[in-house]
Design a protein around this ligand. Sequence first.
Ligand code: NAP
Length: 678
Amino acid sequence: MPALSGSYHTGGIFELVTGNPAFQCDVGVLLPLLGSLDIFIFSLIAGLLIYWFLFRKKTDPSHPAKVLNNSTSLSFLNRNVVVFYGSQTGTAEEFANRLAKDAHRYGMKGMAADPEEYDMSELSRLKEIPNSMAVFCMATYGEGDPTDNAQEFYDWMQGTDDDLEGVNFAVFGLGNKTYEHFNATGKYTDKRLAELGGKRVFDLGLGDDDSNLEEDFISWKEQFWPAVCEFFGVEATGEDSSIRQFELVVHNDINMNQVYTGEMGRLKSFQTQKPPFDSKNPFLAPVSVNRKLNKGGNRHLMHIELDIMDSKIRYDAGDHVAVYPINDAVVVSRIGERLGVDLDTAISLKNLDEECNKKHPFPCPTTYRTALSHYLDINNKPRKNVLYDLAQYASDPQEQENMRKMASASPEGKALYQSWVLDSERNILAILEDLPSLNPPIDHLCELLPRLQARYYSIASSSKVHPNSIHICAVVIEYTTETGRVYKGVATNWLKNKEVTENGHKHTVPMYVRRSQFRLPFKPSNPVIMIGPGTGIAPFMGFIQERAWQKEQGKDVGETILYFGCRHKNEDFLYQQELEEFERVGVLTQLNIAFSRDQERKIYVQHLLKKNKEQLWKLIHSNNAHIYVCGDARNMARDVHTAFYEIAEEVGGLTHTQAVDYFKKLMTKGRYSQDVWS
Ligand code: NAP
C-alpha cells in the first residue's frame, strides 16, 4: 500500500475522466508491478475519486454542469412548417405560434419551436420533408444581440458551412427603430440562411416595436401566406377559423400537492429551493429594504434591496435582475366574476398535438386563479388574434362584427383597433366589461393570453460592496387612461407593496440574474463618463460603488464622471446623499446634475455635456475614456448621442460623417455602451 500511494496522483485520475490517453498509457506501465489486492484497492480509490469528481460537479452550484439541451432527443423533422422563435419577452414566440396555427389552414402541419430545444444542425435535412419550410421569428435584443434562447443557433449559423440548398425559409424580425442595430438578428438570419444556400420563400419582414409591431406582423403575414401558396401550389382549406391548440382537463379529485402554485419549472421549487437559479428556477429573495427615494411630487420612486444570501447567486455591476411579478389579485377576481367561474378549480390545458414538445401553455395542473395571477399577461392590451378568436363568443352581432373588424387588416379595422384598444389602453378585463355580450369559456381565454414575462431591472449595486444583496431603483407606473380606468404597471406596483412588516417579516420575490455586456473598463485607470437621468442612474450606483471599492484596494482609479438629470432638486434628486458623499471623498471626480424643471428653460444632461465639451473630447479622444448611457431610449439616448457627435465636430474638427463613424467605432470597441429601454 505505501508503495502504491506514491505511484498514482489525482492528476491522472482527472485525465482519465477527461479521456486523456496519456493516463491510460501510464496505467499500462504501472499494473504489472502491482499485486491483485493493490489493484483492487487502487481501483476502489480510483472509482471513489471519479465518483467524487462527478458528484461534486453536479452539486456545486458555482460550477453548474453544462445543462445538456434536448437537441439530441428532439427533432423537428416531422412537420412541414416549423416556426422557430428567438424570443426574450414572449412576443416572437407568440407570433411563431400564430404562424404555426395558420399553417393548418393550408393543409400543412405546423409547429412553433424553440431553437434551444432542437438540434438545429438538422436544418439541412428539412428538404427531405415534402412541401416543407422553416420560418424564423427572430427578435433582436439589447444592442443588436440575439435573444438568450437563439444564441446557440446564432453561433451555429456563424460557424457552419452546412449546405442548405433545397431548404425553404422565411424570416420575420422583431426590433425597435430607436435602437442603433435595428433588427440585426432578423437581418443576419435572413442573409446567412440564403448564403448557406437556403431558398427564400418570402422577403424578410422587419417589425418595429417603436411604431406598431402587431400591424407590421399582420401586414407581413397577409402577403406571406399567398406567397407560400404560390410557392408550394397549395390553397387555403376553408374559412379562417379559430382552431384550439389545447383541451381542457378539469381535475375534480386532485391532490393539491400536485398542483402548481406559481412555480416556473419544477413543482414545489418554491418550498425546496435548489441552486443554480435561473429563469426556470428563480430564487425567492426576501425584500430586505424598500424605501421611497423621492422627497416630493406625485410619483413613487423606490430603492429595493433583495437579499441573495445563501443563494450562491453571483452578479457583476451592470448586470440585470429579472423579477417575476404577480398580477393584481383584484383584477384576477374580477375576471372570474365577470365570466362566472370558480377560479379555484384545478385544471390542465393539454396540447391536442401529442407529438408537440410543448405539452401545456403554462405549468399544469394548476388553478385558473394561479394561471391568471402568475402565468398570464392580463394587464396589457390584447393582440388582434385574441380579439379574432374571442369574437365567436360575442352573442351581440354588432359586438362580434366590431371584434372581427378590429382583428382585420382593413384600414377601418386598423383605426378601430388603434383607438378602441391601443389608445384607450383596454386590457382583457376592460374589454370584457365594455362588451357585455362577450362570454368566452375561461379555458379558451387562458389559451389565448400571452405569458406574463419576467421584468428586467438594471442592478443598482456592486457585488464587491454588496455580495449578499441586489439593489433595484424603479419608478412605480400608474396613470389614468382615456376610459377613466387607472393603469397600474404590474411589477412596480407589486414591488411597491413588498415592505418589511413591523414584526420583521420580509416578502419574497422570485428572481434571477441576467448577465449583460454593460461593464466597467477592465483597467480601473481608464476614465468613465456615465450619463443616466431619472432611474437611468441605477447601474451607475453599482459602478460608483465598485470604483470606490477599487480605490480602497489601492488601485489607480481614473476619472469618474456622472451626468444625472431629474425634474426638481428638492423632489427627485435620487440618491442625493450618497452621490454627494461620493463626490466629497473624491470617488466621483465630477457630479453634473441637470434639474430640468427648476427654471423656465429645460436643462437636460446633454446641455451639460455640451457645456463641458473640451474636457469631454480630451477624455474620449486622448485618455481612452469609456462612455455609458442608461435610461430612456426614445429621446434621451438619441439626444445624448447627437450631443457627442456635435462635440466631435466642434472640438475634434470632424465632419458629421466622420463623427458618426468615430462613435460607431467606439461602440464596437466597447467604449460607448448603452443600457436603454423604450
Ligand atoms: P424622469 O424622471 O421622467 O426623467 C428624468 C429626467 O430626464 C427629467 O429631468 C426629464 O425632464 C429628463 N428628460 C426628459 N426628456 C429628456 C431628453 N430627451 N433628454 C434628456 N433628458 C430628458 O425619468 P424616469 O421616470 O426614470 O423615466 C425615464 C424614462 O424611462 C421614461 O421614459 C420612462 O417611461 C422610462 N422607463 C422605462 C422603464 C422600463 O423598464 N421600460 C423603467 C423606468 C423608466 P422633464 O421630464 O422635465 O422633461
